[in-house]
Design a protein around this ligand. Structure first.
Ligand SMILES: [Zn+2]
Length: 315
């Protein structure tokens, strides 16, 4: 590992213990929001002493910029944009992180917090074989970025570029912003009128952060068949979709995201949204509205769960 050491005085921190949280391998908005909230509880105020990187592909940075804007920087906030985490620094730069399929962020101090791809590394001894980046703070606590498959990444970016005209130019609006109205949703969706509503919901440049689980859930709740062409949706239906999508994302955040059924339940609480899911992965079970059987079909190249009775295909 390449290391840039810097000395400094110890920094005090809270002593509260954070529980381990698990999320599925394909994080969507609620899962990343859960990570953000966990990190927000442990990172702000900490000062970065050293950063070690074992895979330049994961965190490639010019040494000069790192020395100037990263080492010695104090963390001033943690935010989320779509599925990306933003750790703000007092140097005017930010660490932008994408966990992708198998990324994890694990904080170890007197408190512990770990979230991301649910593997034993969340709770085991670190660093281990999946560790790509280690951030050591002046108080000797550590933040590990683990990523078995190395698709995830960390970038050191000028915070002024973290705007919808800069780095986030290709991202659609955040569906949970209070300013995001059903008229905004309609406007976004109509950029792809000939596509199926499911494909458009999954398109991150149309709306940010929605993936397979929450697309299926919100379409079921709004009684829309996922293969319906956007142009055929009434304003009323879009209003209903807007309401249901936001409700479902908020419930999922409240539940700590959705832990996939195949993953280990390690030390603490895991995301529990899937146990509340009303259609996702419920094929063969009765629809909670009409009692007809949920079926699994394929839309937009993805396994898609619907109630064929409640979600009629318009044509
Ligand atoms: Zn039904």
């Amino acid at each position: 590992m390449h290391q840039v050491p810097v000395s400094g005085k110890l920094f005090s921190w809270y002593t509260q213990t954070k529980l381990i949280q698990l999320i599925p391998s394909m994080p969507e908005l609620p899962e990343v929001e859960t990570v953000k909230r966990g990190l927000l509880g442990v990172l702000p105020g900490r000062i970065i002493a050293t950063v070690s990187v074992d895979t330049p592909k994961v965190f490639h940075y010019p040494t000069e910029a790192t020395r100037k804007y990263l080492i010695g920087a104090k963390i001033i906030g943690v935010e989320r944009r779509a599925k990306q985490l933003i750790i703000g620094l007092d140097t005017g730069y930010s660490l932008v992180i994408h966990l992708k399929m198998t990324g994890q962020l694990v904080y170890r101090g007197s408190e512990r917090f770990g979230a991301g791809h649910p593997s034993a590394s969340l709770v085991g001894n670190l660093p281990d074989r999946s560790t790509r980046v280690i951030v050591v703070f002046k108080d000797k606590t550590k933040l590990f970025f683990n990523d078995q498959r190395k698709f995830g990444w960390i970038k050191l970016v000028d915070s002024n570029l973290l705007t919808d005209k800069g780095l986030f130019e290709k991202l659609g609006p955040e569906p949970l912003e209070s300013s995001f109205t059903s008229e905004d949703l309609r406007h976004c969706l109509l950029r792809r009128p000939k596509s199926t509503i499911k494909a458009v919901l999954l398109d991150q440049s149309i709306i940010a952060g929605v993936g397979n689980i929450y697309a299926d859930e919100s379409l079921w709740a709004a009684r829309i068949h996922p293969a319906t062409k956007v142009a055929l949706l009434s304003a009323y239906k879009i209003k209903s979709l807007h309401r249901e999508l936001r409700n479902i994302l908020l419930i999922a955040i409240e539940k700590g995201g959705s832990t996939d059924r195949n993953y280990v339940d390690a030390l603490g609480r895991k995301g529990s949204y899937l146990s509340f899911a009303r259609v996702f992965r419920r094929e063969g079970q009765p629809c909670l509205r009409c009692n007809n059987k949920i079926v699994k079909i394929r839309v937009a190249g993805r396994g898609t769960h619907i109630c064929p009775h409640c979600q009629k295909l318009l044509s």
